[in-house]
Design a protein around this ligand. Sequence first.
Ligand SMILES: [Zn+2]
Length: 283
Amino acid sequence: MQQFKQLTDRIWYQTPVSETDRPIVAVITGDERNLVIDAGNSSRHAALFVDEMEQQGLGKPDLVALTHWHWDHVFGMKQMAVPAIATHRTVDEMRKMMDYDWSDEALAERIRQGIEIPFCADAIKLEFGANRDIELVLPTIRFAGQLEVDLGGVQCLLRQVENDHSPGSALIYVPQDRVLFLGDAMYADIFSAKWNYTVEQTTRLLDVIAEYDADYYVWSHGEAMPKDAFEQEVRLLRQAIEVTKQAAGKISEMRRLYREVVERDLTTDEEETLVFFANGAKK
Ligand SMILES: [Zn+2]
């Protein structure tokens, strides 16, 4: 059951669903207008979010900002029915999806071609059932670099950031409420045969994120993570980057070096992260 929660004075969000790959959808409520972050993975998802907003007396969405182009963040656009903001790169990728057929056969064919993955295909089937009335709507406000949106009494900064998961993603920062929306930027590249992080992209991503000081860091398929927990994640990634460089991507040596630094065995999380970096080093 999805919950609708208040995070700060100005920010509310709806919790994600892993089976259908529904990401967090959030709203930043201004005095003049509301900015919704991501459109949800279907019309049903978007409609549920808008209902929740109304029930809480927050009014309606006025704008949507997309963190990136993946289906689960954009298929609710038509239902949201308001202008959307995205990076040029996100719009370019969405444009490629415009003509896609979403039948079982077409999904299977794209998996065969390596441009779709079973996890997304299964989630699409579960979210939509047999009736896949998927109609993509392109964002009308496009930017590169950064963009500031004034909602009246609260500003939002959109910042394009490169990362392994989805090139041309946008981070969204609300300085007044000290919240940074990460989208999926912190996740690995899950569209390659071997899931991976690269040293270059992750270093650049962490350097950009470090420019923003927040109390909460919102992971689209996770939670609104408090600062101290997020700092631990960053430490893990920075350490993994260091050992990947030192061991030139050789996994056994990376494990040994990492154990030496932390002076204990690796957690499942750390083990997985090192494997992703080793995969990235072979790209
Ligand atoms: Zn994604």
